[in-house]
Ligand binder design. Structure first.
Ligand code: NDP
Ligand code: GDR
Length: 371
């Protein structure tokens, strides 16, 4: 299949049109391309004219749902400029091989076991992918530069507000880290590996310290999407209860589509640096429930049941970013605010629930099941 095809090397150039001098296309390599951010970043970079290569991991189920709309449509002009390759952040040889083959200008390391609660269940694996995985990729970049002399290559590390953990808000680039989960500790390690490779080897490497960002493509076991999926299904009559944990935690929630732009902007600067990306507004899970259920005329209290299983061994209570530096230096600012984000997610999940209802009514699906 095409998904197994090799990279095209560095020779990709857009065709000369009307005698114009051909511009060399920029090439991006994205780990975690099948995730929420990977899909938005791919669309963003394709629109900017990049050739995008994504590393995907082998799975017994298809894991490309979020990028199928770019990949499959034969009329899609983007198709030929997105290529997928098998690799894994736990496999150093695969990372170095694809760097040598693809010859990217920019590398975005978005791959992670990204669920905080799950990281308490699989801490060893989480550290292997999130912390050591970032180190493997940085080391692959370093040795690739040393072998090829391609020192212009730029690296983006997907850092997280979870690194601040229990340090009180507002949090900015100078705020001390106090991580509260194996995931967050691993992200701190990845952050410092990135700083170290920048200082030790002069690699253009940036840490984006991104606060929570959501979208209709958010994984269904993160709290925002879990809520909006439930709102859609309750509204359409497919379920009645929603089981949740701590409703008092506060998060600075933005829109993923806005945040991938900040990633790219960091790599377009003269010098590599680290940036906080946030909306600078924080809301509790309970407030999210109020807006999401209220938007479709429901009362969340009639549906939400607290289940201890969703409480974490250590919680992060309050995150609220100070994105002054990103605004000033990058010229970045978020376009989608809290209420608009919630409404966008609810609208999409109502449409999804309607499609599920058709399958349920036709006997193709049990209402308890989700496809
Ligand atoms: P997702 O969980 O949606 O996506 C994670 C991606 O990593 C998926 O493509 C997944 O593949 C891939 N992946 C997981 N393990 C491996 C592995 N061993 N080797 C290769 N690929 C792997 O995360 P998001 O898109 O939400 O987040 C992107 C990055 O940003 C992550 O690093 C996350 O920790 C970080 N982050 C996210 C924030 C957010 O609010 N969304 C905030 C701050 C940081 P598959 O599809 O096969 O599972
Ligand atoms: P978070 O996101 O841990 O901030 O990490 P998540 O949506 O999982 O949790 C946010 C808050 O909601 C509380 N909560 C629940 N969470 C989940 N998942 N399920 C529930 O049922 C539930 N009930 C209450 C949590 O306790 C927490 O306080 C996300 C991930 O994307 C990370 O990869 C990223 O680094 C950070 O955001 C920034």
């Amino acid at each position: 299949s095409e998904k197994e095809s090799s990279g095209s090397g560095s020779g990709s150039e857009s065709a000369a049109i009307n005698g114009e001098i051909p511009q060399k296309r920029k090439i991006a390599l994205i780990t975690g391309i099948t995730g929420q951010d990977g899909s938005y970043l791919t669309e963003f970079l394709l629109d900017k004219g990049y050739e995008v290569h994504g590393l995907i991991r082998r799975s017994s189920n298809f894991n490309t749902q979020r990028i199928n709309h770019i990949y499959i449509d034969p009329h899609n002009a983007h198709k030929a400029r997105m290529k997928l390759h098998y690799a894994d952040l736990t496999d150093a040889s695969s990372l170095r091989r694809w760097l040598d083959t693809i010859l990217p200008d920019e590398v975005y390391n978005l791959a992670a076991q990204s669920h905080v609660a799950v990281s308490f269940e699989i801490p060893d694996y989480t550290a292997d992918v999130v912390a050591t995985g970032a180190l493997r990729l940085l080391e692959a970049v370093r040795s690739h530069i040393s072998a090829t002399g391609r020192s212009h290559i730029k690296y983006y590390q997907a850092g997280s507000s979870e690194m601040f953990g229990s340090t009180p808000p507002p949090q900015d680039e100078t705020t001390p880290f106090h991580p509260r989960s194996p995931y967050a500790v691993s992200k701190c390690a990845a952050h410092w590996y990135t700083v170290n490779y920048r200082e030790a080897y002069g690699i253009f490497a940036c840490n984006g310290i991104l606060f929570n960002h959501e979208s209709p493509r958010r994984g269904e076991n993160f709290v925002t999407r879990k809520i909006t999926r439930a709102v859609g299904r309750i509204k359409i009559g497919l379920q009645n209860k929603l089981f949740l944990g701590n409703l008092q935690a506060s998060r600075d929630w933005g829109f993923a589509g806005d945040y991938v732009e900040a990633m790219w902007m960091m790599l377009q600067q003269e010098k590599p640096d680290d940036y906080v990306v946030a909306t600078e507004e924080s809301h509790t899970v309970e407030e999210f429930l109020e807006v999401a259920f209220g938007y479709v005329g429901l009362n969340w209290k009639d549906h939400v049941v607290i289940d201890k299983r969703y409480f974490r061994p250590a919680e992060v209570d309050n995150l609220k970013g100070d994105a002054t530096k990103a605004k000033k230096v990058l010229g970045w600012k978020p376009k989608v605010g809290f209420e608009k984000l919630v409404r966008m997610m609810v609208n999409e999940d109502i449409e999804l629930a309607k499609r599920e209802k058709v399958l349920v009514d036709a006997g193709y699906m049990d209402a308890q099941q989700q496809p």
